[in-house]
Write a protein that binds this ligand. Sequence first.
Ligand code: SGN
Ligand code: CA
Length: 547
Amino acid sequence: MGNLKLILSCFVAGMALSSCQQPNTGSSTKRPNIVFIMTDDHTIQAMSAYGSKLIKTPNLDKIASEGILFNNCFVTNAVCGPSRATILTGKYSHINGLTDNAKVFDSTQVIYPQLLKKAGYQTAMIGKWHLGSTPMGFDYYSILPNQGQYYQPEFFENGHTVKEQGYVTDVITDKAIGFLEKRDHDKPFMMIYQHKAPHRNWLAAPRHLGMFDDTVFPEPDNLLDDFKNRGRAAKEQLMNISTDMWSAWDLKMMSTAQLDSMAKLPKEKKFKDAKGDDYQQANDPSLDKARFFEVYNRMTVEEKAKWRKVYDKRVAEFKKLNPKGADLVRWKYQQYMRDYLACVVSVDENVGRLMDYLKKIGELDNTIIVYTSDQGFYLGEHGYFDKRFMYDVSFRTPLLVRYPAAIKAGSVSNAFAMNLDFAPTLLDYAGVKIPDDMQGVSLRPVLDNAGKAPENWRKAVYYHYYEYPSWHMVKRHYGIRTERYKLIHFYNDVDEWELYDLHKDPKEMNNLYGNKAYQPVVRELKEQLKKLQEQYKDTNPTEAVTK
Ligand code: SGN
Ligand code: CA
């Protein structure tokens, strides 16, 4: 309790961080524990705390109502590995080197869990890691190899491969609780708890299969976007529900008869061309059935029986309706939502289970709980699935924080926050010095002040996406977003700018770049953009990062 009092006295007196720091050794005073929860591709449109029209997420909402919700948290680069590397290092992709998912994280770099470990925390990393490297700086790790599997998942656990029974979201939670049960009670803990769900290809827990079959979900009003007034990048991507969703892999349209006949094929025939995470697959739907069979076949006999009951109905419905054109897009959207949202339900349930456990052991209120995702995700907006674009739907990520010792329950913040800030924030609360080369800032002044940003808080955010050519073929781009405007430059095999007036056009349907009336705005934004690029040392943004 002593340390908590110390932290609180620092808030009250508004003293500088340096005077509140803890000794950098395993001190016996009690510091806050940290549980950092991150899901994969969970977007605010699927969280009731953010006003979702699609689903209720009562356990996540509780984190918000007992803590704070950020309306404007953005990522530096909206794809998995890069987002994770930014969070761990507090640095942009061009500095930490992990610009895209194909790269391997340089694990000689300093990451914030290491600093917490040095300062006496017991540290754990459980679930999706997706950085290609072996985790460093953790007393315990149990990670999914690469993207991981939904059913009967394998883990790489402190140097050994283990295969578990069950559904991935449940298993990750069991491991998290297992770590807490066995923890060293003399040390504060910092646990990273990261889910695979609700990542593509959206496979639900057996108990949730079919749970939304009688639900008709509201459609986003730009589901049938024709991309008028947008540039080539928005048009030429490969993430359209209409054309880029695969029949078996994404929509689970494989009948019992087809699955049975695939089961009889020799192994080489089934799996010959299915090459893990290789992006070339994105453009090769001939792999569709083989890839789908691979994940289906991980289910137990009982799970398969449950599966077939649900999805045979879907195949039959499709045959009966035989939808075409816009009706087909709408039909696919409904199936997509049924599967994606059932994965979200598993996350909500399991986060609730972990919170209940923390309460049971008396650690809930002395633990900083962060809930976020590696980026936002399209649930049919612009007709898309996936992420990557600097458009708000994927650029924005959920951020909830619960820590009653400092955060007023039910706070809502409109301050600009970034995933770049997570490491400095957590180090700050733990009383550990924030390395000078971290590019984010501590969110503590906002968190401690019920969400209100201080006067000198950032007024603009900077973004840079690199992964092209790759899955979904979203062109390289960087840009700036202020409260009112967004300016994006697409480069590499294209040289196009886009400007959006977010007050008039929050859904980003009308590119105003080139509109005479907005020339002064463009000039001003370009100047601000240049300043941000200098600040973050990204002054040659169109040059390939070689590190
Ligand atoms: C997989 C998915 C893609 C997805 C990437 C990156 N294809 O390759 O749809 O964009 O992961 O996602 S799949 O056919 O294998 O499902 S990320 O979250 O890891 O960045
Ligand atoms: Ca992701």
